[in-house]
Design a protein around this ligand. Structure first.
Ligand code: ADE
Length: 441
C-alpha cells in the first residue's frame, strides 16, 4: 500500500495501510506539483473517497496559512451536484488530508480527447459547469484554476468540478515552497493574468469556461503553440478561430466568453440568458442554507452520491471533534493561527454539560429578545435584531469527557448594529460558560 506522501518529499517513512484507522488507501489517482491524490475506502462504510495530501510545511513556508484556513472553511460549505464535496479534513503533524467525494468516471477530458463532443453534449457539460461556477460566484468563491484535471465525471457521467476554493493554494505553491503566480500550461489562463494586471476572480473563471467550451466542441485548444511566448501572444490578442461545424449561436457565445477585455466579457447572469446556453437548461434548486442546522450525516445529498461528512457522532448525538478540529486547538502542531479561528464568530471551551450550555444560550438569547428558530440537541439557531438580520448558530462538539467546544457562528452580513447584539448582549451572558477562550476570543 503506498504511503500518502507528497511529490518530491522524502518517502522513506513506512507506508501507511490505513489513514487514521478510517481510510484504506489505494491507488494513486493523480498528482500535482505539491500534492498527491489517492483513491481510498472508508473502512466502516466502504464508501470510495479521494484523498489529497498536502504538506503543512509548504503551506507555512509559502505564507499561505490564512488562505488555507479560509478556503477550507468555504469548501466545507459548498454543496452543489456539480462540485466535488469536501467531506472531511484530517491532519497530522506533517500533512493536511482533504477527504473528497470520489468521482468514479475520471477526467472529462480523457473522454473529449478520444473524440470531440456534439454541440448538445458540449452544451450539457457547459451548463453543468456554469451552474457550479454561478453557485460559487454568488457566494464569493472563485476557482481561478479551472483546467482539464479539475473537471471530473461521476458514475452517472455528470460533471464534478474539483478543487473549488483550494486554488488559492494549488495555483501558487511549487515544490520549492515559493509563491508563483503562474505554473503549468497557460492555455486556460486569462489574458489579464498573463499581463499581470491584477484580476477579478469571476472574470478569470469565465475565460477558462470559454476555453473549456471551445475544447468540448472542437477537440482542440483555441490558443496553442509549441512556443510559450507565441501562445501568450495569441491569448492576449484573442486570436482564435472556431471550427467550421460550430453553429452561429455557439460562435457568438464563444466570442463573448473569450473576450480579452474582462470588463466587457460576458457574466454568469448573461450566460444563463444566452440563446445557445438556455436550450434545455434547468438550474439546480438549493435547500441548503449557509447556516443550516441539519445533521450532516442525515443530509440528503444533492448529487445522490456520497454521504458522510465531518466529525462522526460515534454513538453520541454530540459530535466528536475530528483530528482537524483538535489540531486547531493544539499549539504543539504549530498550527495556531492556521485553523483555530472561526470566521464570523467565536469558539471556546466549556466544562459545563451540553444541556447546561444549551439552556444558558437559549436563556441569554431569549432574554435579549431573540427568537429561537431551530433547536436540536447540540445545535441552536436564533434570529433577531432589526428586520431579523441577526442570525446566530451555536453548535456543540465534545472534545473530551470533560470538555465541550462551543462554536458560535454568525452570518457574514452581521455588521454594525447587529454585531453589537453579539458583542454587547449575547457574549457577556455566555462568559460563565467559558473554561478557556480560544485565540478567537
Ligand atoms: N482525482 C482527483 N480528485 C479526484 C476525485 N475527487 N475523484 C476521482 N479522481 C480524482
Amino acid at each position: 500500500m503506498p504511503a500518502l506522501e507528497l511529490a518530491g518529499e522524502d518517502t522513506a517513512s513506512p507506508p501507511e495501510k490505513t489513514l487514521f484507522g478510517k481510510y484504506e488507501v489505494g491507488r494513486l489517482l493523480g498528482y500535482g506539483a505539491f500534492a498527491k491524490v489517492y483513491h481510498a475506502r472508508d473502512v466502516h462504510t466502504e464508501q470510495s473517497v479521494a484523498i489529497k495530501a498536502i504538506s503543512k510545511q509548504r503551506i507555512l513556508k509559502g505564507g499561505l496559512a490564512a488562505n488555507v484556513k479560509r478556503e477550507i472553511s468555504i469548501m466545507r460549505r459548498l454543496r452543489h451536484p456539480n462540485i466535488v464535496r469536501l467531506l472531511e479534513v484530517l491532519a497530522n503533524k506533517k500533512k493536511i488530508y482533504f477527504v473528497l467525494e470520489f468521482a468514479k468516471g475520471g477526467e472529462l477530458f480523457a473522454k473529449v480527447a478520444k473524440s470531440r463532443f456534439s454541440e448538445d453534449l458540449s452544451r450539457r457539460y457547459f451548463q453543468q459547469l456554469i451552474s457550479a461556477i454561478g453557485y460559487c460566484h454568488s457566494r464569493g468563491v472563485y476557482h481561478r484554476d479551472l483546467k482539464p484535471e479539475n473537471l471530473l465525471l461521476d458514475e452517472n457521467w455528470n460533471l464534478k468540478v474539483t478543487d473549488f476554493g483550494l486554488s488559492a493554494l494549488t495555483e501558487q505553491i511549487r515544490p520549492d515552497g515559493l509563491l508563483h503566480t503562474l505554473c503549468g500550461t497557460p492555455a486556460y489562463v486569462a489574458p489579464e493574468i498573463l499581463l499581470k494586471k491584477g484580476y477579478d476572480g469571476a472574470k478569470v473563471d469565465i475565460w477558462s469556461c470559454g476555453i473549456i467550451l471551445f475544447v468540448l466542441n472542437s477537440g482542440y485548444l483555441p490558443f496553442n503553440d509549441p512556443n510559450l511566448m507565441v501562445m501568450y501572444k495569441k491569448i492576449c490578442n484573442g486570436e482564435f478561430r472556431v471550427p467550421r461545424w460550430t453553429s452561429p449561436d455557439l460562435k457568438r457565445l464563444l466570442s463573448r466568453l473569450l473576450d480579452t477585455n474582462p470588463q466587457t466579457r460576458i457574466t454568469v447572469d448573461e450566460i444563463v440568458n444566452d440563446p445557445w446556453f438556455k436550450i434545455g437548461y434547468k438550474d439546480v434548486k438549493f435547500h441548503h442554507d449557509y447556516l443550516e442546522l441539519k445533521d450532516e450525516d442525515d443530509e440528503e445529498d444533492d448529487s445522490g452520491g456520497s454521504s458522510s461528512s465531518g466529525s462522526s457522532s460515534g454513538g453520541d448525538n454530540l459530535k466528536m471533534m475530528n483530528a482537524f478540529d483538535i489540531i486547531s486547538f493544539s499549539s504543539g502542531y504549530k498550527l495556531s493561527g492556521l485553523f483555530d479561528e472561526v470566521e464570523d464568530g467565536e469558539r471556546f471551551l466549556s466544562t459545563a454539560t451540553p444541556e447546561e450550555i444549551m439552556e444558558t444560550v437559549v436563556a441569554v438569547a431569549e432574554g435579549e429578545g431573540l427568537t429561537v428558530v431551530t433547536r436540536k440537541e447540540w445545535c441552536v439557531k436564533v434570529v433577531g435584531g432589526h428586520s431579523c438580520n441577526f442570525v446566530m448558530v451555536v453548535e456543540l462538539k465534545r472534545l473530551t469527557e470533560e470538555l465541550v467546544v462551543v462554536e458560535v457562528r454568525m452570518r457574514e452580513s452581521v455588521v454594525g448594529p447587529s454585531n453589537r447584539i453579539w458583542k454587547d448582549k449575547i457574549r457577556p451572558g455566555l462568559n460563565c460558560l467559558i473554561y478557556k477562550t480560544g485565540p478567537a476570543g
